[in-house]
Each structure stands twice: as C-alpha cells, then as structure tokens.
Design a protein around this ligand. Structure first.
Ligand code: ADP
Ligand code: MG
Length: 248
C-alpha cells in the first residue's frame, strides 16, 4: 500500500516568498485498484506525482510504501522499489533510439511484445523502433514513446501523467482498454492515471479530485463527474465575467 500522510509542499513564488502548492494531502492507494487523479490545471496533480516519485520534496508529512517511510529515498531508490512515472512533459534523449529506450525500461522485453507495445500507443514499430528520441520527434510522438516505455514495465506503482495528451481519439480509446486490462484488478500493482478524459475516469475504481493544492473529493465516476462538470461551468462563467460581448 502507498500512503501519503499530511503532505505539504512549497515553492519559491515570484515575490521571493514561499508559496504553498500542496496542503495536507492524505491519500491511500491499495494494490489491485486503478486510481484517477483529476482537477483543474495548476491544482497540484503533477506535483503529487513528482512527490511520490521523489522528484519534488515535501516540506511536511510522510510517504509510506508497504509500511516503510520512503520520504528520504531518492528517485533511483524509489524506482528500484517499483515506482514508475510517465511524465506529463517527457524528457528527450538525443542519441537513443525508441527501441533502446523501451529496452532500457524493460531489459527482458520480448521483441514481439516491444512491437505490440509501440502499436498500442499508435506508433508503427517499422517507422519508430530506430527513430532518435531527440528533437526530431513531435510533442505527441514523444508522449506516446513515454507511455510505451512505462507500459513495457511491470511496476508495483505506475503513474501516468495525462497520457491522453497529444494522442488521437482512436488511440486514446485503445490506451484506455490497455490501461484497464493491465492495472484493473491486478492484485499486485497500483495504477494511477492523472487525466481529464471522461472515459478514462469511468474505468477507474476511485477518482481523486484535486484543486488548489488540496483533495476536494474522493469517489467513483458517478459521484465525482457531476462535481467536475459543475466546477467547469462555474469557472467558465467566472472567466466570462467582465468580458465584452460583441453582437454580430
Ligand atoms: N517547480 C515548480 N516551481 C514553481 N512552481 C511550481 C513548480 N511546480 C509546480 N508549480 C506550481 O504549482 C502549482 C501546481 O502545479 P502542478 O502540480 O503542475 O498542477 P497540475 O498538474 O494540477 O496542473 C501551479 O501553480 C504551478 O505553477
Ligand atoms: Mg500536470
């Protein structure tokens, strides 16, 4: 089980003062379940993922993995314990091919599985296996490569940060099916998907709504989706307030 206990985090704001971007986050993730983290942009979803992965450090609180406090462990040590994160904005690796990047992620991967993993994210292996993971790939392509190399592993905890971004609708549906198959009811692993995609939310066991650095609600899609919809309508009205409307 992964447990976040009273996690808070601050960053340096524009005026040089500390700005709290996560406050008092309490969450529990149990094996065999697929979780969604959703909520407005800037709410703190990616920061939670980076805190779990050890990329960001929290200022207070604790993280426990199967009862062991892992707050003091670095990224490599957490990866060794089976935590994997697919970045919202993946890094590029000039000089490394797509095929070799996936082989580094899973050195035991069978060639046929490697090819089908690429196909699953909408990348034709014939075209992409030998492509350089450098500036020659578009944002959408690099995103798919990132998702593929994470799907290729059998991690204890897998976090996808907006895997649908830059992926066409047809591939999103396929990806939802693959994530469901791989992480739903898999007794050994925890899947966490940061997403705005309604269909993705509907396959998850539990949805965590994050806004303004706090957990606003936890529930299933039927409970949470109306809150998201109402919030979106409310925010759109706020944005429109004071705006000049031109009549044609
Ligand atoms: N490294 C950082 N330095 C400064 N501000 C940050 C940093 N990371 C995140 N933030 C700020 O924290 C807030 C939450 O960001 P983030 O976790 O990326 O939100 P989300 O993923 O929900 O869109 C935003 O206001 C963002 O600008
Ligand atoms: Mg984000």
């Amino acid at each position: 089980m992964l447990k976040l206990e009273n996690i808070s985090m601050t960053v340096n704001g524009n005026n040089g003062e500390n700005r709290e971007i996560l406050r008092g986050i309490n969450l529990e993730f149990v094996p065999g379940k697929l979780y969604a983290i959703t909520g407005p942009n800037g709410g703190g979803k990616t920061s939670i993922a980076k805190i779990i992965m050890g990329i960001y450090q929290h200022v207070s609180g604790h993280i426990f993995l199967n009862g062991e406090e892992i707050s003091g462990l670095n990224i490599t040590e957490r990866a060794r314990r089976g935590i994997v994160y697919a970045f919202q904005h993946p890094p590029r690796f000039k000089g490394l091919t797509v095929g070799n990047l996936v082989r580094i992620a899973n050195p035991d991967i069978d060639n046929l599985i490697l090819r089908s993993t690429l196909r699953n994210v909408g990348l034709c292996p014939e075209d992409y296996l030998d492509r350089d993971v450098g500036p020659g790939l578009s944002g959408g392509e690099i995103k798919r490569v990132e998702v593929a190399q994470v799907l290729a592993r059998d991690a204890l905890i897998t976090i996808f940060d907006e895997p649908e971004a830059g992926v066409d609708l047809w591939t999103i549906q396929k990806l939802i099916g693959i994530i469901a198959e791989k992480y739903l009811s898999n007794p050994d692993s925890i899947g966490i998907v940061i997403t705005h995609n309604e269909n993705m939310l509907h396959i998850c066991d539990e949805i965590i709504l994050i806004d303004e650095g706090s957990v606003k609600a936890i529930g299933n899609a039927e409970e949470i989706w109306p809150l998201i919809r109402d919030d979106m309508e409310c925010k759109m009205k706020e944005q429109c307030r004071g705006e000049v409307v031109y009549e044609l």
